[in-house]
Design a protein around this ligand. Structure first.
Ligand code: CUA
Length: 308
Protein backbone atom coordinates (compact mmCIF):
# COMPACT_ATOMS: atom_id res chain seq x y z
CA UNK A 1 0.00 0.00 0.00
CA UNK A 2 2.78 2.44 0.88
CA UNK A 3 5.13 3.01 -1.99
CA UNK A 4 8.59 1.61 -1.51
CA UNK A 5 7.59 -1.29 0.70
CA UNK A 6 9.34 -4.51 -0.11
CA UNK A 7 9.95 -7.98 1.19
CA UNK A 8 8.27 -10.16 3.74
CA UNK A 9 9.34 -7.95 6.65
CA UNK A 10 8.01 -4.82 4.94
CA UNK A 11 4.59 -6.40 4.61
CA UNK A 12 4.52 -7.62 8.21
CA UNK A 13 5.44 -4.24 9.68
CA UNK A 14 3.08 -2.43 7.33
CA UNK A 15 0.12 -4.66 8.25
CA UNK A 16 0.67 -4.23 11.98
CA UNK A 17 1.05 -0.50 11.52
CA UNK A 18 -2.16 -0.29 9.47
CA UNK A 19 -4.07 -2.39 11.99
CA UNK A 20 -3.05 -0.15 14.90
CA UNK A 21 -3.62 3.00 12.87
CA UNK A 22 -7.14 1.99 11.80
CA UNK A 23 -8.16 1.16 15.39
CA UNK A 24 -6.64 4.36 16.77
CA UNK A 25 -8.23 6.59 14.14
CA UNK A 26 -11.65 4.91 14.60
CA UNK A 27 -11.49 5.42 18.36
CA UNK A 28 -10.44 9.03 17.89
CA UNK A 29 -13.39 9.66 15.56
CA UNK A 30 -15.94 7.92 17.81
CA UNK A 31 -14.78 9.67 20.99
CA UNK A 32 -14.48 13.10 19.36
CA UNK A 33 -17.95 12.94 17.76
CA UNK A 34 -19.51 11.79 21.05
CA UNK A 35 -17.82 14.67 22.86
CA UNK A 36 -19.08 17.20 20.33
CA UNK A 37 -22.57 15.66 20.44
CA UNK A 38 -22.79 15.79 24.25
CA UNK A 39 -21.44 19.32 24.38
CA UNK A 40 -24.20 20.54 22.10
CA UNK A 41 -26.99 18.33 23.40
CA UNK A 42 -26.43 19.15 27.09
CA UNK A 43 -25.41 22.79 26.72
CA UNK A 44 -26.45 25.16 29.52
CA UNK A 45 -29.16 26.92 27.50
CA UNK A 46 -31.13 23.70 27.06
CA UNK A 47 -30.24 22.22 30.47
CA UNK A 48 -29.92 25.06 32.98
CA UNK A 49 -30.27 22.60 35.86
CA UNK A 50 -27.68 19.76 35.79
CA UNK A 51 -29.06 16.36 36.74
CA UNK A 52 -27.01 13.87 38.71
CA UNK A 53 -26.77 10.46 37.02
CA UNK A 54 -25.71 7.20 38.62
CA UNK A 55 -23.29 4.79 36.93
CA UNK A 56 -24.20 2.09 34.47
CA UNK A 57 -22.62 -1.29 35.06
CA UNK A 58 -23.10 -2.64 31.55
CA UNK A 59 -21.61 0.53 30.05
CA UNK A 60 -18.58 0.29 32.35
CA UNK A 61 -18.06 -3.35 31.42
CA UNK A 62 -18.41 -2.63 27.71
CA UNK A 63 -15.89 0.18 27.60
CA UNK A 64 -13.41 -1.82 29.64
CA UNK A 65 -13.73 -5.14 27.83
CA UNK A 66 -13.69 -3.85 24.24
CA UNK A 67 -10.52 -1.71 24.54
CA UNK A 68 -8.76 -4.47 26.52
CA UNK A 69 -9.57 -6.92 23.77
CA UNK A 70 -8.42 -4.48 21.09
CA UNK A 71 -5.12 -3.77 22.84
CA UNK A 72 -4.51 -7.50 23.29
CA UNK A 73 -5.08 -8.12 19.57
CA UNK A 74 -2.58 -5.33 18.79
CA UNK A 75 -0.05 -6.98 21.06
CA UNK A 76 -0.68 -10.40 19.58
CA UNK A 77 -0.44 -9.14 16.01
CA UNK A 78 2.74 -7.21 16.81
CA UNK A 79 4.28 -10.14 18.66
CA UNK A 80 3.67 -12.60 15.84
CA UNK A 81 5.34 -10.16 13.43
CA UNK A 82 8.25 -9.55 15.79
CA UNK A 83 8.74 -13.27 16.25
CA UNK A 84 8.90 -13.81 12.48
CA UNK A 85 11.33 -10.90 12.08
CA UNK A 86 13.64 -12.34 14.74
CA UNK A 87 13.58 -16.01 13.65
CA UNK A 88 16.01 -16.63 10.84
CA UNK A 89 14.97 -19.48 8.51
CA UNK A 90 17.45 -22.38 8.50
CA UNK A 91 18.08 -22.23 4.75
CA UNK A 92 19.09 -18.55 4.81
CA UNK A 93 22.08 -17.41 2.79
CA UNK A 94 24.67 -15.82 5.08
CA UNK A 95 26.32 -12.50 4.29
CA UNK A 96 28.70 -10.75 6.66
CA UNK A 97 28.19 -7.00 6.93
CA UNK A 98 31.14 -4.94 8.11
CA UNK A 99 30.44 -1.33 8.98
CA UNK A 100 33.16 1.27 9.29
CA UNK A 101 33.43 5.04 9.21
CA UNK A 102 31.91 5.55 6.66
CA UNK A 103 31.14 2.67 4.41
CA UNK A 104 29.54 -0.76 4.25
CA UNK A 105 31.29 -3.91 3.17
CA UNK A 106 29.44 -7.11 2.32
CA UNK A 107 31.32 -10.37 2.47
CA UNK A 108 29.97 -13.57 0.96
CA UNK A 109 30.69 -17.12 2.03
CA UNK A 110 32.94 -17.71 -0.98
CA UNK A 111 35.16 -14.78 -0.01
CA UNK A 112 33.71 -12.19 -2.41
CA UNK A 113 33.63 -8.71 -0.90
CA UNK A 114 31.50 -5.93 -2.31
CA UNK A 115 30.44 -2.40 -1.39
CA UNK A 116 26.85 -3.18 -2.39
CA UNK A 117 24.60 -5.99 -1.20
CA UNK A 118 23.41 -8.28 -3.96
CA UNK A 119 20.98 -11.10 -3.20
CA UNK A 120 18.86 -13.58 -5.16
CA UNK A 121 15.11 -12.91 -5.15
CA UNK A 122 12.90 -15.05 -2.91
CA UNK A 123 15.73 -16.45 -0.84
CA UNK A 124 16.00 -15.63 2.88
CA UNK A 125 19.23 -13.79 3.61
CA UNK A 126 20.85 -13.62 7.03
CA UNK A 127 23.09 -10.65 7.73
CA UNK A 128 25.81 -11.05 10.36
CA UNK A 129 26.68 -7.51 11.33
CA UNK A 130 29.70 -6.07 13.01
CA UNK A 131 31.59 -2.80 13.10
CA UNK A 132 35.25 -1.84 12.90
CA UNK A 133 35.01 1.36 14.90
CA UNK A 134 31.86 2.89 16.35
CA UNK A 135 28.21 1.83 16.48
CA UNK A 136 26.46 2.01 13.12
CA UNK A 137 22.98 0.86 12.24
CA UNK A 138 22.15 -1.09 9.12
CA UNK A 139 18.85 0.22 7.82
CA UNK A 140 16.76 -1.03 4.90
CA UNK A 141 13.81 1.40 4.84
CA UNK A 142 11.81 -0.41 2.14
CA UNK A 143 12.01 -3.64 4.12
CA UNK A 144 11.26 -1.83 7.38
CA UNK A 145 14.20 -3.44 9.15
CA UNK A 146 17.11 -1.98 11.08
CA UNK A 147 19.85 -3.45 13.23
CA UNK A 148 22.84 -1.96 15.04
CA UNK A 149 26.34 -2.95 13.98
CA UNK A 150 28.42 -2.91 17.15
CA UNK A 151 32.22 -3.22 17.41
CA UNK A 152 33.31 -6.40 19.20
CA UNK A 153 30.08 -8.31 18.74
CA UNK A 154 27.95 -9.85 16.03
CA UNK A 155 24.30 -8.97 15.56
CA UNK A 156 21.83 -10.63 13.22
CA UNK A 157 19.13 -9.57 10.83
CA UNK A 158 17.30 -11.47 8.15
CA UNK A 159 15.05 -10.55 5.27
CA UNK A 160 13.43 -12.08 2.24
CA UNK A 161 12.70 -10.14 -0.92
CA UNK A 162 9.57 -10.80 -2.91
CA UNK A 163 10.55 -9.08 -6.15
CA UNK A 164 13.67 -7.91 -7.93
CA UNK A 165 14.73 -4.30 -7.74
CA UNK A 166 17.15 -2.00 -6.05
CA UNK A 167 16.70 -0.46 -2.62
CA UNK A 168 18.50 2.05 -0.40
CA UNK A 169 20.74 0.99 2.44
CA UNK A 170 21.29 3.67 5.08
CA UNK A 171 23.16 4.07 8.33
CA UNK A 172 20.65 4.95 11.03
CA UNK A 173 22.99 5.68 13.92
CA UNK A 174 24.89 8.95 14.06
CA UNK A 175 28.49 7.82 13.63
CA UNK A 176 30.52 10.90 12.81
CA UNK A 177 31.12 13.50 10.15
CA UNK A 178 30.16 11.49 7.07
CA UNK A 179 27.27 9.61 8.69
CA UNK A 180 24.72 10.91 6.20
CA UNK A 181 26.87 9.72 3.30
CA UNK A 182 27.16 6.19 4.65
CA UNK A 183 24.91 4.83 1.93
CA UNK A 184 24.80 1.68 -0.12
CA UNK A 185 22.37 -0.29 -2.28
CA UNK A 186 20.58 -3.58 -1.98
CA UNK A 187 20.17 -5.13 -5.40
CA UNK A 188 17.73 -8.01 -5.61
CA UNK A 189 18.52 -10.08 -8.69
CA UNK A 190 17.01 -13.17 -10.24
CA UNK A 191 18.72 -16.31 -8.96
CA UNK A 192 20.42 -16.83 -12.30
CA UNK A 193 21.78 -13.28 -12.50
CA UNK A 194 22.89 -13.43 -8.90
CA UNK A 195 24.86 -16.63 -9.42
CA UNK A 196 26.45 -15.18 -12.54
CA UNK A 197 27.49 -12.09 -10.61
CA UNK A 198 28.85 -14.09 -7.68
CA UNK A 199 30.91 -16.30 -9.97
CA UNK A 200 32.22 -13.33 -11.94
CA UNK A 201 33.04 -11.41 -8.76
CA UNK A 202 34.94 -14.39 -7.42
CA UNK A 203 36.99 -14.70 -10.60
CA UNK A 204 37.63 -10.98 -10.66
CA UNK A 205 38.76 -11.08 -7.08
CA UNK A 206 41.18 -13.88 -7.77
CA UNK A 207 42.53 -12.12 -10.84
CA UNK A 208 42.94 -8.87 -8.94
CA UNK A 209 44.63 -10.58 -6.04
CA UNK A 210 47.16 -11.89 -8.50
CA UNK A 211 48.04 -8.53 -10.06
CA UNK A 212 47.08 -5.68 -7.74
CA UNK A 213 49.37 -4.64 -4.94
CA UNK A 214 48.04 -6.02 -1.66
CA UNK A 215 48.21 -2.47 -0.28
CA UNK A 216 45.59 -1.16 -2.71
CA UNK A 217 43.22 -3.99 -1.78
CA UNK A 218 43.68 -3.26 1.89
CA UNK A 219 43.18 0.44 1.22
CA UNK A 220 39.81 -0.34 -0.37
CA UNK A 221 38.63 -3.05 1.98
CA UNK A 222 39.70 -1.65 5.33
CA UNK A 223 37.73 1.52 4.86
CA UNK A 224 40.73 3.88 4.32
CA UNK A 225 39.18 5.24 1.15
CA UNK A 226 36.23 6.74 3.05
CA UNK A 227 38.55 9.54 4.24
CA UNK A 228 41.71 9.39 2.12
CA UNK A 229 42.20 9.51 -1.62
CA UNK A 230 45.10 8.34 -3.73
CA UNK A 231 44.58 10.94 -6.46
CA UNK A 232 45.24 14.19 -4.58
CA UNK A 233 41.65 15.21 -3.80
CA UNK A 234 40.81 15.98 -0.20
CA UNK A 235 38.15 14.22 1.82
CA UNK A 236 37.95 14.20 5.60
CA UNK A 237 41.60 13.21 5.82
CA UNK A 238 44.71 14.17 3.84
CA UNK A 239 45.35 12.55 0.49
CA UNK A 240 47.96 9.82 0.39
CA UNK A 241 49.23 10.86 -3.02
CA UNK A 242 52.83 11.99 -2.87
CA UNK A 243 52.77 11.83 0.91
CA UNK A 244 55.88 9.72 1.34
CA UNK A 245 58.94 11.86 1.88
CA UNK A 246 56.93 15.08 2.18
CA UNK A 247 57.27 17.51 5.07
CA UNK A 248 54.07 17.59 7.08
CA UNK A 249 52.93 20.08 9.71
CA UNK A 250 51.39 18.21 12.62
CA UNK A 251 50.12 18.97 16.08
CA UNK A 252 51.79 16.84 18.73
CA UNK A 253 50.45 17.18 22.27
CA UNK A 254 49.05 20.60 21.45
CA UNK A 255 52.29 21.88 19.85
CA UNK A 256 52.80 22.42 16.17
CA UNK A 257 55.88 20.92 14.54
CA UNK A 258 57.02 19.63 11.19
CA UNK A 259 57.95 16.07 10.45
CA UNK A 260 59.04 14.10 7.44
CA UNK A 261 56.55 11.51 6.27
CA UNK A 262 58.92 8.58 6.36
CA UNK A 263 58.14 4.94 7.01
CA UNK A 264 58.15 5.36 10.79
CA UNK A 265 55.76 8.31 10.56
CA UNK A 266 53.35 6.41 8.30
CA UNK A 267 53.36 3.38 10.56
CA UNK A 268 52.81 5.51 13.65
CA UNK A 269 49.95 7.34 11.94
CA UNK A 270 48.19 4.01 11.43
CA UNK A 271 48.70 2.65 14.93
CA UNK A 272 48.45 5.88 16.94
CA UNK A 273 46.70 8.41 14.69
CA UNK A 274 45.98 10.76 17.58
CA UNK A 275 49.67 11.33 18.36
CA UNK A 276 50.54 13.54 15.39
CA UNK A 277 47.46 15.15 13.88
CA UNK A 278 48.03 16.75 10.49
CA UNK A 279 47.32 20.50 10.51
CA UNK A 280 43.97 21.40 9.03
CA UNK A 281 42.35 18.01 9.63
CA UNK A 282 40.13 16.85 12.50
CA UNK A 283 41.62 14.29 14.94
CA UNK A 284 39.10 11.59 14.06
CA UNK A 285 41.05 8.77 12.51
CA UNK A 286 40.45 5.51 14.41
CA UNK A 287 43.48 3.47 15.37
CA UNK A 288 44.25 0.52 13.14
CA UNK A 289 45.79 -1.39 16.02
CA UNK A 290 44.08 -4.76 16.11
CA UNK A 291 42.38 -3.97 12.80
CA UNK A 292 45.43 -4.41 10.61
CA UNK A 293 48.01 -7.12 11.18
CA UNK A 294 51.71 -6.22 11.14
CA UNK A 295 52.03 -7.65 7.64
CA UNK A 296 49.04 -5.62 6.47
CA UNK A 297 50.54 -2.44 7.90
CA UNK A 298 53.78 -3.18 6.06
CA UNK A 299 51.86 -3.74 2.81
CA UNK A 300 49.92 -0.48 3.16
CA UNK A 301 53.03 1.52 3.97
CA UNK A 302 54.80 -0.08 1.01
CA UNK A 303 51.84 0.89 -1.17
CA UNK A 304 51.84 4.49 0.11
CA UNK A 305 55.52 4.83 -0.73
CA UNK A 306 54.65 4.13 -4.35
CA UNK A 307 51.84 6.71 -4.53
CA UNK A 308 53.88 9.40 -6.20
CU1 CUA B 1 27.50 4.76 10.21
CU2 CUA B 1 26.02 6.52 10.76
Amino acid sequence: MFSGTAGVSGRIVENVFLYIAVISVSLLLIITSLMVYFTIRYRRKKHPQPVQITGSTWLEITWTVIPTFLVLTMFYYGYVGFHTLRSTPKNAMKVRVIASQWSWLFEYENGVKAPELRVPVGKPVELLLTSRDVIHSFYLPAFKIKQDAVPGMESHLWFKSTSTGSYDVLCAEYCGLQHSYMLSKLRVLSEEKFNQWLQAAKKEREAEAAKEPAGLQLFQEKGCKACHTIDGTLLVGPTLKGLFGKTVTVTTEGKERTVTADETYLKKSLIDPGADVVKGFPPIMPTQKGVLTDTEIKEIVKYMKELK
